[in-house]
Design a protein around this ligand. Structure first.
Ligand code: HGY
Ligand code: MN
Ligand code: MN
Length: 416
């Protein structure tokens, strides 16, 4: 006799259709998405998600950071809800699945429970966390960070984008600033499905990543200040070249990350050059160092060596520097009970699976501080993400969503 819920499967066609429907909002220029947080496109995506949630009979909550909570009632009014979700915002040249798969798989779980008229003891809440990407307003995972008590809400509201617009103003402008106090909600557990954004699962031909840990991250925003002068008539020894400084720091970050292989990573993805004129030596450069490691000691060592290296480079070039840490979280160990629910689900469903350390940061990394949390990962083609060519196969999406379904329902408890 099958245990309750043993044969539960999501409707993979409906999930795929919803992914493709959402992908039409904030299209990129090369087949992916540009639905950056708190833009009009983000507002449109939120509206579509809200419409789908209401059609599924869910009650929508909205907190003061704009995070959306779509609730399906449980049979026990006192039971804390099981939360499941991710983020709908994308990179400027993002893919169709990063974050979106986790939100829409959560919605698909509810839709499937409705189809089967299955009740759970704990309520289930599908969540869209505001500003996971952190590309428009640093840091990443901003709303889940406020929810977990890591960031002050006023500080978050004051975060500025390149155009000088503030998070708080933009949230109000798109009409998604809620009344609910951030972090007031208590959770029984939180689960997040996400594409791996790396090559391990696909290379090994494995269906499911059982995420046991998340690597730690630091974002150091560096400003180098030299002196603008003519690229033609300024003698080489008299130059104070902030562009050269940025180039040397870029090499330094790479070399230091290579010293801690196989796990550490480091790069500079965000670079601004002022005045960015062909025949003016860069007087100022602003860029963000992104370093990560599964080991806190390595992360701290890299941070220290990079700061020392920047000082040495600036002395040699007669330029000055400022360093502001604009993002940080230590390596994360997910809840063993929730991780077991994910592993048991993969096992029961007959999917190949392996333990995984998440290379990317996720809202789950912060929520793990306030509730038992775990993640499910599915492969992505060539491990590519944060690229419009990001791709997955429908069967990968379904396998991940089925495992998520079982882990969530096991934790929420089916009521016969
Ligand atoms: O940066 C990250 O790891 C995530 O994609 N925001
Ligand atoms: Mn993501
Ligand atoms: Mn991302």
């Amino acid at each position: 006799m099958a245990a309750p819920g043993e044969n539960l499967r999501i409707n993979s066609e409906r999930l795929w259709d919803s992914l493709m429907e959402m992908a039409k909002i904030g299209p990129g220029i090369a087949g992916g998405n540009n639905r950056q947080t708190l833009t009009d496109e983000d507002g449109e995506g939120r509206k579509l998600f809200e419409t789908w949630c209401k059609a599924a009979g869910l009650e929508m909550g909205l907190d003061q950071m704009g995070t959306m909570f779509a609730r399906r009632e449980g049979t026990d009014p006192d039971a804390l809800p099981v939360y499941v979700g991710s983020h709908l915002d994308t990179q400027p040249t993002g893919g169709k699945y990063d974050g979106v798969l986790g939100v829409l798989a959560g919605l698909e779980i509810v839709r499937s429970l409705n189809d089967l008229d299955i009740k759970t003891r704990h309520p289930i809440v599908v969540t869209n966390w505001t500003n996971e990407e952190g590309t428009r307003f640093a840091p990443a995972m901003l709303a889940s960070g406020v929810f977990a008590g890591v960031h002050e809400q006023d500080w978050a509201y004051e975060r500025k984008d390149k155009a000088g617009k503030s998070f708080g103003d933009e949230l109000a402008r798109i009409g998604w600033k809620g009344e609910e106090e951030v972090g007031a909600r208590k959770m029984h557990a939180f689960f997040e499905l996400h594409i791996e954004q790396g090559p391990i699962l696909e290379d090994e031909g494995i269906d499911i990543g059982v995420v046991t840990h998340g690597q730690g991250l630091k974002w150091l925003q560096v400003t180098l200040t030299g002196k603008e002068s003519h690229t033609g008539s300024t003698p080489m020894p008299k130059r104070r070249n902030a562009g050269l400084g940025m180039a040397r720091v870029t090499e330094l970050v790479h070399e230091i990350a290579m010293d801690y292989q196989p796990d550490a990573v480091g790069a500079i993805g965000h670079m601004e050059v002022y005045p960015n004129s062909r025949n003016i030596i860069a007087g100022r450069t602003v860029f963000t160092v992104d370093i990560r490691s599964p080991e806190k000691e390595v992360l701290d060592a890299m941070d220290g060596r990079i700061r020392e290296g920047i000082e040495t480079i600036c002395e040699a070039l007669d330029i000055s520097f400022e360093i502001e840490q604009v993002g940080h979280f230590d390596p994360v160990t997910f809840d063993p009970g929730c991780v077991k629910a994910v592993r048991d689900a993969a096992e029961r469903l007959g999917y190949s699976h392996r333990n995984l350390v998440s290379g990317a940061g996720h809202d789950a990394c912060w929520i793990n501080r306030v509730a038992p949390t775990a993640m499910v990962m599915c492969p992505c083609v060539d491990g590519l993400s944060h690229n419009e060519a990001e791709e997955i196969y429908p069967e990968w999406a379904s396998a991940g969503a089925d495992v998520l379904f079982h882990a969530v329902v096991e934790t929420a408890g089916i009521v016969e």
